[in-house]
Each structure stands twice: as C-alpha cells, then as structure tokens.
Design a protein around this ligand. Structure first.
Ligand code: ADP
Ligand code: MG
Ligand code: MG
Length: 252
C-alpha cells in the first residue's frame, strides 16, 4: 500500500526582493485508496504545495521531507517522480507545440510504465478512456493544450490520470473553469479512478462545489502556508456555510 508522507515541509519562492517563505510546515499523509481535499483561501499556498510536490524549479524546499513509500521524492527528477507513481498534472508544460494528445499520452505512459504500450492495445485504451470522459475522438489529434478551453484542459488532465494509473495523484483546482456538465464528467472520472482503490488523491481546491460529486475521506483547511484544521467530509459542509473567515482572521 503506497503512502505519500509530507513532513514539516517549508518552501520559499523567489520573489522580487529575495526569497519569501510560502509553506510554513506542512504535515500530511496520503495513502493509496484515500481521497483528501485541501481547501483554503486564495493565496494560502495550496498551489505552492502542488508545484513543490511536482518539482517546479521556481519553488525551493528549505526544510522538511516528502517521502513516497519511504523514498525521498525531493531528490527525484520530475520524470523519476512520475515513474515512482506520483501524478502531478501541472508538471507538464502549458503548451507542447506540435505534439498531439495521442503522442503525448503514449510518451507519458512509456515513461511511467518503463516500456512503450503495445500500439493496438494502447489505441483501444485511449479510445475507451476518452469515450468515458465524453471526449470527441478528434481531440486525440490536437496539439497539447493549444487552444484548449478550461474544460478541455481538465478533461485532458483526467484522461492522463485514467491512463497513467498513478499511486498518488495531486489535482490542483480541478473544478475551476468548469461548467456543471464538465464538472460532473471530470468528477465521474476521478471517482472511477478512485473506485479502483489503487490511487490516493489529493484534491486541492478553493471551492466546495466539486465535493458535492466527490466525497473526500478527509478535508484539510489550509491557511497562511499550513494545515490549520483536519476533519471528515462534514468539514467541507461547514466551510461551504461559513467560508474561510475564521481561519484567516488573526491567522497569518
Ligand atoms: P493558492 O493556490 O492557495 O491560492 P498560491 O500557492 O498560488 O496560493 O500562492 C501563495 C502565495 O505565494 C501568494 O501570496 C502568492 O502571491 C505567492 N506566490 C506564489 N507563487 C509565487 C511566485 N512564483 N512568485 C512570487 N510569489 C508567489
Ligand atoms: Mg492555487
Ligand atoms: Mg501562504
């Protein structure tokens, strides 16, 4: 059973005027099969956490540890993180000029699996996953992220998730920019992956609306660079009613 452990993680970002500490001691354990939601106000550092786990060069880890099954994730290259079973949608470039979705996905699957998937089986696998996400087959021939709408980007993200079968997936703001139909389809995709019991999911979001479709096992409130409260799914209901005000006031 795979486990991602984040221990007392401190991260700084290179801002004008020097480094600025954004993450101030994050502790979190995500096990395969569990769904955790990280919720918090804008600017609290949620995306910084996701980017740091993805190994984005702009973020410098100044303290703490990230372990996947005891292996030091912070020592791994971005590719090594993917091979180890971490899925971080934002690890990929915003646009990949001249690379089709279909080729991109096969390259990613080859990197993660350690060998190229057999072409005929792969085509079938992609077709089925796309159909499940109500995606037009023509989408596979488009260039990655070129002119994608918000909804298409998110569907592409969930398509990767379904095909790459990671141990732990980190999804940042998966519900932003989605209309209600797209939100439902994306949520169903996440729930399908979840129902295998083989993926641990860290769902990072500002909004509570995706949690109407995906019931998390744990909810964590993030404020001023760390987790300030943890609970079950009922904590999301409380946040929906009361907002983040009580966590921000006098917090940072
Ligand atoms: P959230 O995702 O919770 O809205 P972020 O992690 O995006 O929060 O940002 C947390 C804080 O760090 C914000 O105050 C933001 O301005 C700052 N920050 C994040 N990335 C950078 C960066 N690359 N350069 C300067 N400041 C940054
Ligand atoms: Mg964010
Ligand atoms: Mg902060």
């Amino acid at each position: 059973m795979a486990t991602l452990e984040i221990r007392d993680l401190h991260v700084s970002v290179d801002a004008e005027g020097g480094p600025r500490e954004i993450l101030k001691g994050v502790d979190l354990t995500v096990k395969q099969g569990e769904t955790h939601a990280i919720m918090g106000p804008n600017g609290s550092g949620k995306s910084t956490l996701a980017y740091s786990l993805a190994g984005h060069p702009k973020y410098t880890v100044t303290g703490g540890q990230v372990l996947l099954d005891g292996e030091d994730v912070l020592e791994m290259s971005v590719d090594e993180r993917a091979r180890a079973g971490l899925f971080l949608a934002m690890q990929y470039p915003v646009e990949v000029p001249g690379v089709s979705v279909s080729n991109f996905l096969r390259t990613a699957a080859t990197a993660v699996r350690g060998e190229a998937p057999k072409l005929r089986l792969w085509v079938k696998e992609v077709k089925e996953a796309m159909a499940a996400l109500s995606m037009d087959p023509a989408f596979a021939e488009r260039n990655v992220n070129e002119g994608f709408s918000g909804g298409e980007k998110k569907r592409h993200e969930i398509l990767q998730l379904e095909l790459l079968k990671p141990k732990v997936a980190i999804l940042d703001e998966t519900d932003s920019g989605l209309d209600v139909d797209a939100l439902r389809i994306v949520s169903e995709g996440i729930n399908r992956v979840r129902s295998t019991g083989e993926v641990g999911t860290l769902l990072v979001t500002h909004y509570t609306r995706i949690l109407r479709y995906i019931k998390p096992d744990y909810v964590h409130v993030f404020a001023a660079g760390k987790i300030v409260e943890s609970g079950g799914a009922e904590l999301a209901d409380k946040l929906e009613e009361e907002g983040y005000e009580s966590y921000v006031k006098g917090g940072a």
